[in-house]
Design a protein around this ligand. Structure first.
Ligand SMILES: NC(=O)C1=CN([C@@H]2O[C@H](COP(=O)(O)OP(=O)(O)OC[C@H]3O[C@@H](n4cnc5c(N)ncnc54)[C@H](O)[C@@H]3O)[C@@H](O)[C@H]2O)[C@H](O)CC1
Ligand SMILES: [K+]
Length: 473
């Protein structure tokens, strides 16, 4: 939800507007539960769940409303909830602050609105929420929970300790799996989150990176790029892109005669040469050993399409069960290779058709076609285009960043390398969606400076900025 909220904000639908819609939805459901003039006790927490109910208090003018804020106003944890508290006080809506659980007195209301905690709950309810939850459960009031009954995990339905036993729940935007097992009546309220906030990539998708960075310090991935042969720049671009997208290490396995050239592109790369002038089946066992200690393999940049090179890719994938990004000529091997590997394929539309997929000029049709083909392949697809279409066969995402200047050679190698780095820390679909988003943003910045004269290396040093989200979650 945090990612969707941030995407909605970047599309011009700010969180405070979503909160206003949530509060309005709470008021609408509350009106079904009490006669006008009835008494409504709103028990509000210090987060946005509480914020929703502080908005609802402004709507319920035909009721005898009292708001109980659990904690001092200065401990309200978000600005939009605090602003709604300040508005409620300025409007002289009856309210009190519960400093500790002994001061909690619910009264004898017809309806209690449980807005202590929603999707932000962590662990068992602390005080005064726990005492308040027991008082709510002991009351004879009809209980309406906001988004999720406080203490219930929205995803699993589990409760770590005491939880509010709600008669009704009004949840926002989409049903929450954790609500299915409850015997409460659930209303799913549309709060005006645009479908675009979920279907298009946006800054919200970058939050997953931040969450990962905190969890695994220093473990940001070791990427092996297997490529080179007819072309030497491609593997170097992909490997440098992996570093720029946050990988700790980037290695290139390429034919001996290009190893020096590839190393020449950047001393940041670790280059392992193999004999001959292109990849052959005889190299596969060494490659499997090299790949075994890596997090992700990026296959294809500059590999060329010699039959024995493609045979080598096929044999590698038949034995490899890790994660691999497959790009360029190696893509044609994927449709009929039997592999345990988790693949992220990054075709442009011509390569997609060569793989047996279909494309269309209309991006919404492409969404369907790519989703179906990804499901058929059993792998994640990132189909490049004016709108990139990304799918793992279940979900489909669309990326709108990027520009025509990026048709210059090499940008696909940069994207493949960035995807490889992100696949070290994110699930395949997210890795591909974030890579497409960041690569396109880097290309947009480069186009701002070089127009259609931008070249692939311009993307490299602009990738880190493409991965930074200005909007906080
Ligand atoms: N897109 C949407 O669906 C929108 C949902 N809205 C509402 O926002 C809440 C989530 O708000 P958030 O601030 O992230 O978290 P909570 O308010 O649920 O709780 C955080 C709050 O609670 C304290 N806390 C956490 N765990 C405990 C505990 N075990 N005991 C006591 N206190 C706890 C924590 O310190 C914070 O102060 C969502 O549910 C919706 O209701 C948005 O309003 C609009 C968009
Ligand atoms: K709640």
């Amino acid at each position: 939800m945090a990612a969707v909220d941030v995407n909605a904000e970047s599309l011009g639908v700010p969180r405070k507007q979503l909160m206003e819609s949530s509060g309005n939805a709470v008021a609408r459901v509350c009106r079904d539960l009490a006669e006008p003039g009835g008494s409504v006790a709103i028990v509000a927490g210090r987060g946005n769940n509480g914020g929703d109910a502080l908005v609802a208090a402004r709507f319920l003018t035909e009721y005898d409303v009292t708001v109980h804020l659990l904690g001092r106003p200065e401990t309200i944890s978000t600005d939009i909830a605090r602003e709604n508290w300040d508005a409620l006080v300025a409007c002289d809506i009856p309210h009190r602050t519960v400093i500790d659980s002994t001061a909690f007195d619910l009264g004898d209301p017809d309806v209690v609105v449980d807005a202590m905690l929603g999707t932000g709950v962590t662990g068992a309810l602390r005080e005064p929420e726990a005492t308040a939850a027991r008082a709510i459960n002991d009351s004879s009031a009809t209980v309406l929970a906001v988004d999720v009954p406080s203490g219930v995990d929205a995803d699993t339905g589990e409760t770590a300790g005491v939880a509010v036993d709600a008669d009704h729940v009004v949840t926002f935007h989409d049903d929450k799996p954790g609500l299915d097992a409850l015997d409460a009546a659930v209303t799913v309220a549309d709060i005006g989150i645009p479908a675009a906030a979920e279907s298009f990539t946006g800054p919200g998708d970058l939050l997953a990176l931040r969450r990962h960075a905190q969890s695994h310090k220093g473990d940001h991935g070791d990427v092996l790029v297997v490529g080179g042969g007819p072309y030497t720049g491609a593997p170097a671009l992909a490997a440098q892109a992996a570093l720029r997208a946050g990988a700790d290490l980037a290695r290139v396995a390429c034919p001996d005669h290009v190893a020096r050239e590839v190393q020449g592109y950047s001393e940041n790369l670790i280059v392992s040469g193999f004999d001959g002038d292109h990849l052959e089946p005889g190299h596969v066992s060494d490659l499997l050993e090299l790949a075994a200690e890596r997090d992700v393999v990026v296959f294809g940049p500059g590999l060329g399409d010699a039959d024995d090179s493609l045979e080598a890719v096929r044999e590698f994938l038949e034995s490899y069960d890790g994660t691999a990004v497959v790009d360029a000529d190696a893509l044609q091997v994927v449709p009929d290779v039997d592999t345990e590997a988790t693949l992220i394929c990054t075709p442009h539309q011509g390569e997609l058709v060569k793989m047996g997929g279909q494309t269309d000029t209309d991006w919404e049709t492409r969404r369907e076609l790519v989703g179906e083909f990804a499901a058929e392949l059993g792998h994640t697809l990132l189909v490049k285009g004016a709108y990139d279409v990304i799918s793992d066969g279940d979900e489909v995402r669309v990326n709108r960043t990027g520009n025509p200047g990026m048709t210059v050679g090499g940008t696909g190698d940069v994207l493949a390398g960035a995807t490889g780095a992100l696949a070290c820390v994110l699930p395949p679909l997210d890795a591909a969606a974030v890579a497409a988003y960041a690569n396109g943003r880097a290309g947009d910045v480069a186009a701002g400076e070089f127009g259609n004269g931008l070249v692939a290396t311009d993307l490299l040093e602009r990738l880190p900025a493409g991965l930074r989200s200005e909007i906080d979650d």
